[in-house]
Each structure stands twice: as structure tokens, then as C-alpha cells.
Ligand binder design. Structure first.
Ligand code: SF4
Length: 293
């Protein structure tokens, strides 16, 4: 999750994440790398937080993070290490290898079951995918954000819809599990564009999706657009309504949305200027959904 993870911190951070997608709890060990490799600056990304202050984790840091999570893990589900933040596949190949080598050592020894990384659609090629699969990566989370070229352009994404379609095709062709990240409410977004994005993402048949409504964060280009009157964030109630429709569409297609709304952290709360934020955003969507049945 390129945006989500870069938002959280500029330095190596860890948190234990479990998912109940299967009956057995799964351990995902997040290894946050600071903003790195991104070929363009997305207007919503917290540049203040992701430039200057962060340090790339060393190989030793990666080992320590994995060891500490494994030591305290009591579950019996699959165990995975995930490189989140920035654009993993656009890092220099030697850097990717250095990180993957450490983590893959745990896969080889049976300490972990697999690895995952997050990246952008325009940074996926045959070479990058072959490197990932050679090092035990099974899942790639792709920051697609929108399936509308105008929205992508206004958001400074630097890639188009076709890049997303091609990236998903390539990743799947190599047998990788693909998760898509969706950011409704970006500049230029309309109800129709958001529903079109949901439908076109579903047509790509990802294994799962994450939905993070667009927020205005301090120091971003979006913040400047907001101050200049060029961007108005979606009101919370409108965003909850459209996310309920998104959830319904994904549910009908049998594709789980594993997260809706950013994780409430102190850093996030301090960074938000405006936008449809709620610490229990998914709960609001689920509550609305229940009233419809
Ligand atoms: S690709 Fe965009 S959203 Fe992702 S970390 Fe880079 S600047 Fe931020």
C-alpha cells in the first residue's frame, strides 16, 4: 500500500496485522520503507512526512522486525512479511535484492510462508516480476487508486488506466496474488467515475481490495489545491454512501475489501486538514449496509 504505508511514517515502523479472511489468523509483518522509488508525486501523498526525515531500514533492521514478530506470534495461520511504503519495485535492483534476500531466508527456513510488496502500476515489468517471484513474493498490492485517466492526471499519479490493466495482467500471468488499492474522492472524481472504477477494478478480478477515501493532508499538493479552492473533499456522509455501494459491488463479485478507511494513528490525526475521515469508517459503511437489508 504505497500511500497508506508512506503516510504512516518515514522511518521503519512495525505493527502486527492479522486478517480473518481465513478461519486461521494470518500474520502479516509490515516492514515500512520510507518513500523511495516513486517516479512522480501524487497530490494526496504526505510529502512532509515522507521526505528528508526517513531512513531506509538496514538488512539488520529487517531481521529484527521479523524476529520480534515471530517471537510473539501465537497464531497458527500463514505468516508473511510485507514491504510497504514508497514504490518497492522502483527501488534500485540491488536494494530490492538486499531486502528480499533477508526476508526470503525466513521463507527458506520455514519461519515465513511468503512475502508481499506494494507498488505502482507503472513500475511493474517482466524483469521486476521475475525478481519478486524468485524471492518468494506471492502477493503484490497495486496502488491503482482510480480507473479514470482524468482523475489520475489531476491527482499527479503519472500513470494511466492502461498501466493498471497491464500490470494486473502481468502479475497474474506470473501466478502472483494481486490486491488493488482504491482511493475514491480524488480531484475530478464524481459518483459515476467512482462506480466505474469499482466496476473496472472488479473486472480485473483482484484477490482483494483496500479502499482509502481521499483526505487532505498537511503539506501536500492537495492541501494547496484545497486552500486555493481547487479541491473540495467529499463530505463524510457522502463518502460513506458511495463506499457502501462500492462494498456491495465487491461483495456481489465475491472480492473481499480487506480494509476501508485509514488506520487511526496519532500521525494521521495530526496530519489531516479536511476530508471524510472517521476512526471507524468501515463500521459506518457496514452500519449503513445493514439498514438496506
Ligand atoms: S506512488 Fe504516490 S502515493 Fe505512493 S508513495 Fe509514491 S508519491 Fe506516495
Amino acid at each position: 500500500m504505497e500511500f497508506f504505508s508512506s503516510m504512516l511514517d518515514v522511518t521503519l515502523r512495525t505493527a502486527k496485522t492479522t486478517t480473518t479472511m481465513s478461519k486461521k489468523k494470518r500474520l502479516i509483518i509490515p516492514i515500512f520503507i520510507p518513500f523511495a522509488g516513486c517516479p512522480s508525486r501524487c497530490v494526496f501523498c504526505d510529502q512532509e512526512g515522507i521526505t528528508g526525515k526517513g531512513q531506509m531500514p538496514s538488512a539488520g533492521d529487517v531481521t529484527r522486525v521479523i524476529e520480534s514478530h515471530l517471537a510473539s506470534w501465537k497464531g497458527s495461520g500463514e505468516k508473511e512479511a510485507a514491504f510497504y511504503g514508497g514504490t518497492f519495485t522502483a527501488l534500485p535492483v540491488e536494494t530490492q535484492r538486499r531486502y528480499l534476500e533477508v526476508a526470503f531466508g525466513y521463507v527458506r527456513s520455514g519461519g515465513l510462508d511468503s512475502l508481499r510488496v506494494s507498488t505502482r502500476p507503472d513500475c511493474v515489468s517482466n524483469e521486476t516480476v521475475e525478481l519478486l517471484t524468485a524471492y518468494g513474493v506471492k502477493t503484490v498490492e497495486l496502488g491503482v487508486q482510480s480507473m479514470d485517466d482524468e482523475v489520475l492526471k489531476l491527482s499527479g499519479r503519472g500513470h494511466g488506466v492502461n498501466d493498471s490493466i497491464e500490470a494486473v495482467r502481468l502479475l497474474k500471468e506470473h501466478g502472483l496474488t494481486v490486491g488493488l488499492q482504491f482511493m475514491p474522492g480524488l480531484p475530478g472524481d464524481t459518483e459515476a467515475a467512482i462506480i466505474k472504477t469499482a466496476e473496472e477494478m472488479i473486472a480485473l478480478r483482484p484477490a482483494f481490495a483496500r479502499v482509502y477515501p481521499a483526505l487532505v493532508l498537511k503539506g501536500t499538493a492537495l492541501h494547496r489545491m484545497y486552500l486555493d479552492g481547487q479541491y473540495s473533499p467529499w463530505p463524510l456522509d457522502e463518502m460513506v454512501k458511495i463506499c457502501e455501494r462500492i462494498l456491495t459491488l465487491f461483495n456481489q463479485a465475491g472480492i473481499p475489501i480487506v480494509r476501508m478507511g485509514l488506520q487511526p494513528t496519532t500521525e494521521l490525526r495530526e496530519s489531516i486538514v479536511d476530508g471524510p475521515y472517521h476512526p471507524s469508517f468501515r463500521q459506518l459503511v457496514d452500519n449503513l449496509r445493514q439498514t438496506r437489508f
